[in-house]
Ligand binder design. Structure first.
Ligand code: SF4
Length: 61
């Protein structure tokens, strides 16, 4: 599974606080995936983040 943060993050901090193993704030102050490849066993967390992001900019595939 892959996870990406597309343009439009409002820097709410939800994903980086709830799933710090998957997301971090970058130098521009918006969230990014730590790795585009979701680590084994973290697929559920990635899906949850995708569901929870208030502006739907987290995409899994
Ligand atoms: S949950 Fe969405 S809007 Fe909030 S920091 Fe993460 S990517 Fe950005």
């Amino acid at each position: 599974m892959t996870v990406t943060v597309i343009a439009g993050c409002i820097s709410c901090g939800l994903c980086t606080e709830e799933f710090p193993n998957l997301f971090r704030m970058n130098d521009d102050g918006v969230a990014e995936a730590i790795s585009p490849q979701v680590p084994a066993g973290k697929e559920g967390e990635a899906r949850q983040a995708e569901e929870d992001c208030p502006v739907n900019v987290i995409l899994t595939a």
